[in-house]
Design a protein. Structure first.
Length: 191
């Protein structure tokens, strides 16, 4: 069964990007520690926010260079004027809503899992849609002071996750969280 997971990072004061808009995601740490292999092996498609897509200065860079050489579904109200290069398994689809991007990614995943990559808009949309089965959260030992928070306002959303695994490396604490729907249901009955 296809699972949906978030892969994101935060500073210890809760920001996914610093005040200059630079992501705190410790990509070099994932490479050097071997953690990235798990994500590559399980991912069949990606849902990505427009902002994450635009972090590559040249969208053609994704083909042949991006860690996840799978179909990428970008959430955006306006696709780029020039369609990015597609190669090595990377294809691009642009969707106006998270729901459409997720549906497209599930169809393209070929039985493998769907990764939600990005910043607050993609993370909040996935959680609000009740689509998240797992979270890979990288906590980077850095205080940004200001920047872009990973989550700002999820309203009355309640989710419970269990800690499945924790890896520490020189650059981050990598926590794998798995959704515990039974605990959520138990909590709702106790109110």
């Amino acid at each position: 069964m296809t699972k949906v997971f978030i892969d994101s990072a935060i500073s210890i004061d809760g920001f996914w990007a610093d005040r200059d808009g630079k992501s705190v995601f410790p990509l070099d740490d994932l490479y050097s520690s071997g953690i990235l292999k798990t994500l590559v092996d399980r991912t069949g498609a990606v849902v990505m926010s427009r902002r994450s897509f635009e972090m590559a200065s040249d969208p053609d860079w994704f083909a042949g260079n991006y860690e996840l050489q799978v179909p990428i579904h970008v959430i955006t109200g306006q696709p780029p004027a020039k369609h990015p290069k597609e190669d090595c398994g990377v294809t691009f689809s642009f969707h106006a809503s998270f729901a459409d991007a997720l549906a497209g990614a599930r169809n393209a995943a070929g039985g493998r899992d769907v990764a939600i990559i990005g910043e607050r808009s993609a993370v909040e949309a996935a959680i609000a849609a009740d689509a998240v089965d797992e979270i890979y959260l990288r906590i980077v030992p850095k205080i940004c002071g200001s920047g872009e928070p990973l989550m700002r306002d999820l309203g009355d959303v309640r989710r419970v996750f269990d800690i499945s695994n924790v890896n520490t490396t020189g650059r981050a604490v990598h926590i794998h969280l798995v959704r515990n729907r039974d605990a959520e249901n138990d909590g709702l009955h106790r109110r």
